[in-house]
Design a protein around this ligand. Structure first.
Ligand code: ZN
Length: 143
């Protein structure tokens, strides 16, 4: 019988494009779920953060932050800022481009991922906050 395990996890974040490796948190939920084979979905609710995978090492983390500044510069003009005055037009544009979710296959109790591939949550917002993300595991238990 298919089992579904859904966890809501809170992650303190300074914002401003902070990139955090959430792989250990996802691994922990997989272990807690007892699900052996299936699919893991990671999703961040909210319009100023996104999820992807990255080799989580200092150089690449800096490179990825620099890329977002080139793609959607903070100091550019955004209609969103003109309308709402919250100054995070660049955050919304970046989050939509990256996307809010990721699906990872689960097999034999392990995420099928590359050795140097980590799951990262990027908080593009322009203020510190606690980001909540969803980790949903769906599949079969062992045996
Ligand atoms: Zn906004």
């Amino acid at each position: 019988m298919v089992k579904v395990h859904t966890a809501q996890l809170d992650l303190p974040s300074p914002g401003d494009g902070e990139i955090q490796d959430i792989t250990p948190l996802v691994d922990r939920e997989v272990a807690a779920s007892g699900i052996h084979c299936g699919t893991v979905t990671v999703f961040v609710p909210g319009a100023t953060a996104g999820v992807t995978t990255l080799e989580f090492e200092g150089g690449l983390v800096k490179d990825f932050k620099a890329l977002w500044e080139r793609l959607a510069p903070r100091r550019s003009t955004y209609e969103h800022n003109e309308r709402w005055g919250d100054g995070n037009g660049h955050s919304h544009v970046r989050a939509s481009l990256l996307g809010p979710s990721l699906t990872i296959p689960l097999h034999s109790g392990k995420l099928i991922m590359g050795t140097w591939q980590q799951i990262v949550l990027i908080d593009f917002d322009n203020r510190p906050r606690t980001r909540r993300f969803i980790c949903q595991i769906m599949g079969l238990e062992k045996g």
